[in-house]
Ligand binder design. Structure first.
Ligand code: NAD
Ligand code: ZN
Length: 357
């Protein structure tokens, strides 16, 4: 398809603006997709305003989308124009060494599965391309709205990974530090993984409400004193089996390690936007010998992952719409939605922009 399109781009570190580009062309395994529902991510904020992954010029932002296939390459077998698809934030190269070893999000290069709004134009444009479309796009089931579908692409996939990587024992105790959309999804993930007690650490009333609905049993405010001291006290001096880190700056790792017991996993899903090194508390980490594992991960992508997350919705295991607090209609509102994500008003969890429902 030929022609021009508009998109909201990172002009340079600290600056966003609209750009006009050619509608991108596709390779034999790719699909050209039209954005129909999109959401900004806190990661876009780290990328633009903290310059977390370095300078980018006129790169169209956005990596959370449901779209409509408008064109497919001649090797694509399972998709056709008109299909409505869930587009994962992460679209791995499935033949890569890392993918074959089971780490598809790191395909090609570290974080290499993260292509949209990192090393190629993303979903804040009218059209974007998807590599290896057969393996990276899932059909949006009829029973899931485009807005809800967008919540699966990154928020659920990342939050649930936080719980999956956390090796949660059945009935185990979990603490989730940070309860934006990612941490809330981690709470639901922890519940689905069989956690017993779940501490949600956060303050925004809108998030606290969803935290309880998603399965949190205890709420802790990090503004009422040290998180780890509160968790240690509430667990009778023991600490928790799994800590999922889903917000905050570098010092949150100190709280995470200090909240964890022997044999625990600190499962980090947070994106640290600044600084050369990150702090680990020497004593809390047993001088390096505490039997506390630190696990990191980038959101899982790909078709099967999205289909499984969609099944969790279809079979009543969770409701992604609870994350959506602000709804806009029309592509021109993307900028407003992204700025909301940057400014984080207290009533915000996640904004969504519907372009064509
Ligand atoms: P968010 O900003 O909405 O939520 C984080 C919350 O943590 C905020 O409410 C903030 O007030 C709170 N917080 C700050 N300091 C805290 C502290 N000391 N203790 C507890 N809470 C504290 O962000 P989000 O959209 O939920 O995303 C969370 C993080 O996950 C971001 O860094 C984002 O970039 C990252 N992310 C990572 C992946 C991945 O693949 N690993 C994917 C998507 C997002
Ligand atoms: Zn994201």
């Amino acid at each position: 398809m030929q022609g021009k399109m508009q998109g909201l781009a990172m002009k340079k570190i600290g600056e966003i603006g609209w750009v006009e580009k050619d509608i991108p062309s596709i390779g034999p395994q790719d699909a050209l997709v039209k954005s129909i529902a999109i959401a900004p991510c806190t990661s876009d904020v780290h990328t633009v305003w903290e310059g977390a992954v370095g300078e980018r010029h006129d790169l169209i932002l956005g990596h959370e989308a449901v779209g409509e296939v408008v064109e497919v390459g001649n090797l694509v077998k399972t998709l056709k124009p008109g299909d409505r698809v869930i587009v994962p934030a992460i679209t791995p190269d499935w033949g890569s060494d890392a993918a074959q070893r089971g780490f598809s999000s790191q395909s090609g290069t570290p974080l290499g599965g993260w292509k949209f709004s990192n090393d190629k134009d993303g979903s804040f444009g009218e059209y974007f391309t998807v590599n290896e479309a057969d393996f990276n796009l899932a059909i949006l089931p009829e029973n899931i709205s485009p807005a809800d579908g967008v919540m699966l692409t990154d928020m659920w996939s990342t939050g649930f990974m936080g719980a999956e990587n956390g090796r949660i024992p059945l009935g185990g105790t979990v603490a989730v530090l940070g309860i934006g959309a990612v941490g809330l999804s981690a709470i639901l993930g922890a519940k689905l993984q069989g956690a017993g007690r779940i501490f949600a650490v956060g303050t925004r009333p809108v998030s606290v409400k969803v935290a309880k609905e998603y399965g949190a049993t205890n709420i802790i405010s990090y503004k009422d004193g040290s998180t780890s001291e509160q968790i240690i006290e509430a667990t009778g001096g023991e600490g928790v089996d799994t800590v999922i880190v889903a917000g905050g700056g570098p010092d949150i790792l100190v709280d995470a390690v200090n909240s964890a017991r022997a044999g625990s996993v600190i499962s980090n899903i947070n994106y640290f936007g600044q600084g050369e090194t990150l702090p680990i508390p020497r004593v809390g980490w047993g001088f390096g010998m505490a039997d506390k594992d630190i696990h990191t991960g980038l959101c899982p992508g790909g078709r099967t992952r999205m289909e499984r997350l969609a099944d969790l919705v279809t079979y009543g295991r969770g409701d992604p719409s609870k994350l959506i607090t602000h709804k806009f209609e029309g592509i021109e509102h993307i900028e407003e939605a992204l700025l909301l994500m940057k400014d984080k008003p207290r009533d915000l969890i996640k904004p969504i922009v519907i372009i064509d429902d």
